[in-house]
Design a protein around this ligand. Structure first.
Ligand SMILES: [Zn+2]
Length: 230
């Protein structure tokens, strides 16, 4: 089972490059093994061209290395806090993708301007507060996780599968690493569309009944989008 998750986390990391979400080594994907509960994450600072499935690092929820010769991503403590807080998530992606990062740098939530947004995100995509100097000075990565949890405190993380960390960039998640990548790609597209829409003079959210319809038909109890699973 660990082999399976190691392979899917490796593929998901390469998918970030394929979808144009990362340059250099700026980004990481992790995944949770449903059997052991261990987290598999990209190693720190290894370029995507050189990355192999065997390089993935396995840690437990406290960050102790279980398998792997390399150091895990420096963002590991952020990922681990999210996994500990939200048992329903199984994959996390962090990138500095251009449009989502532009919103994070502006410190602005992304309003729900249309149905592309509403298909994945139930409401405006939140931006965290600024980290205080002391929060940056020590335990920076854990504190990054803390402001994310704080910002999402009244939301179901699977109804709002992304956040913008103020002055930094986006984190996305899902039930699997693949779904987290899907949500990160969607976030970048939605962030780009929102920039254009605001440029054209509209910054008010789309009507609530349209937002509800689009989110519910994909994710609600009576979801009917796509092919029947039976
Ligand atoms: Zn970052």
């Amino acid at each position: 089972m660990l082999d399976e998750i190691r392979e899917s986390v490796f593929r998901a990391n390469l998918d970030l490059v394929k979808h144009g979400l990362v340059v250099h080594s700026w980004g990481n994907v992790s995944g949770r093994d449903p059997e052991t509960g261990y987290i598999v994450i990209k190693p720190s600072g290894i370029s995507y061209e050189k990355l192999r499935a065997d390089d993935m690092v396995v840690v437990d929820l406290s960050g102790k290395i279980i398998e792997g010769k390399l150091n895990p991503s420096t963002d590991t403590p952020t990922h681990l806090l999210l996994y500990r807080t939200w048992p329903g998530i199984g994959g996390i992606v962090h990138t500095h993708s251009t449009c989502a990062t532009a919103w994070a740098q502006a410190g602005r939530n992304i309003p729900a301007l249309g149905t592309t947004h509403a298909d994945t995100f139930y409401g405006e995509i939140p931006c965290t507060r600024k980290l205080k100097a002391a929060e940056v000075k020590s335990d920076y990565e854990v504190n990054t996780g803390r402001v994310i949890i704080e910002r999402l405190s009244n939301m179901d993380p699977l109804h709002m599968p992304s956040v913008l960390v103020y002055g930094h960039g986006p984190f996305s998640w899902g039930t699997t690493p693949e779904q987290a990548v899907y949500n990160a790609v969607t976030l970048e597209e939605v962030a780009r569309m929102a920039l254009y829409t605001i440029l054209l003079g509209k910054d008010k959210p789309v009507e609530k009944y349209l937002l509800d319809k689009h989110f519910q038909r994909k994710h609600g109890k009576k979801a009917y989008y796509g092919q029947s699973k039976n």
